[in-house]
Design a protein around this ligand. Structure first.
Ligand code: ADP
Ligand code: MG
Length: 292
């Protein structure tokens, strides 16, 4: 490729809302055979809502929700916002939570009065040695509906099951269809529950799923995929996507995402969705075709 044609190509891309931060990513993108995608905030809106809340018998619904919201009030995770806003809608008064700690990829913990509370994924509860069995069947059903189940434990005693649902972006299904039409394989990489991830992947015809990965696990997942599929692009929006964006052949950040993701990426999409990935790939093909 000549420098001039690359310049013309990147200029045209910029007009289409695709910013190539390096000229050679225009070439690299043409050869991409696999697109690995973060789920939350990339395939989905990243704005979940609380859909289900079930307490163990003998527990007060409102008080339990208030305690959970008191913890989540300190968390910046989108799941936390869903829970806090559900508690606000119910006009419950939040108790005082102290010694809050965010357990990345797992959940949150804090002290309320004399009690230690935990809210998070099943693997957090397993780590605590808490017994989930009263809720596992219901959780499984929720996950199969594409919802993310979570648990709340007081003093390592599981007392509630919660679920949030994060709607798929309107433009996602068509974008995946178009990637498939180009013979590109689409892989979902997420920290979310395995059953939830598979339910959403089925709806979107996603070819492969890597679920329940801790943030640092995203890099390992991308590296493992690269061993079998060269020419891999990674698409993500969050802080925890930055390392994966950096190790992919082409890192593509959603422009509405965090600055840290944008800085780690080779390509930035102004559109804020997967449609931009299709546009970027189409432009790379058009530019490279003109060159030969
Ligand atoms: P992702 O952003 O890829 O969905 P994360 O690594 O941020 O994944 O979170 C993984 C899982 O950890 C979530 O699906 C949830 O079960 C749990 N989790 C993380 N943060 C919180 C939180 N603030 N409250 C409750 N659960 C949480
Ligand atoms: Mg995300």
């Amino acid at each position: 490729a000549t420098p001039t044609s690359i310049m013309v190509g990147t200029g045209r891309a910029a007009q289409a809302g695709v910013l190539f931060r390096k000229g050679d990513s225009l070439q690299a993108l043409r050869d991409v055979k696999v697109v690995a995608v973060d789920k939350t905030g990339t395939l989905t809106k990243g704005a979940p809502e609380l859909t289900d809340f079930v307490c163990a018998s003998g527990e007060n619904q409102d008080q339990t929700l208030a305690a959970i919201a008191a913890l989540e009030n300190y968390s910046e995770h989108p799941i936390a916002q869903a829970i806090v806003s559900a508690a606000k809608d119910k006009h419950v008064t939040l108790p005082k939570a102290e010694q809050f700690e965010s357990l990345t990829g797992l959940g949150v913990t804090a002290q309320i009065g004399a009690d230690q509370w935990h809210v998070g994924a099943d693997r957090l509860m397993t780590q605590l040695g808490a017994d989930l069995s009263a809720f596992t069947e219901q959780a499984q059903t929720l996950a199969q509906e594409g919802k993310t189940p979570m648990y709340a434990a007081r003093n390592k005693q599981v007392i509630a099951l919660l679920a949030v649902a994060d709607p798929i972006k309107e433009t996602t299904p068509r974008a995946i269809e178009q990637l498939h039409a180009r013979g590109i394989k689409v892989v979902m990489i997420t920290g979310d529950n395995r059953h939830t991830a598979h339910a959403i992947a089925r709806r979107l015809n996603i070819d492969e799923v890597v679920a329940e990965v801790m943030p640092e696990g995203k890099v390992q997942a991308v590296q493992a995929l690269r061993e079998t599929h060269q020419h891999l692009a990674y698409v993500g929006d969050g802080i925890n996507d930055a390392p994966a964006l950096a190790v992919a052949d082409v890192g593509i950040a959603i422009g509405t995402g965090t600055d840290i993701a944008i800085e780690a990426a080779d390509v930035v999409l102004m559109s804020g969705d997967m449609q931009g990935v299709v546009t970027a790939i189409a432009l790379s093909h058009a530019t490279m075709r003109n060159i030969r």
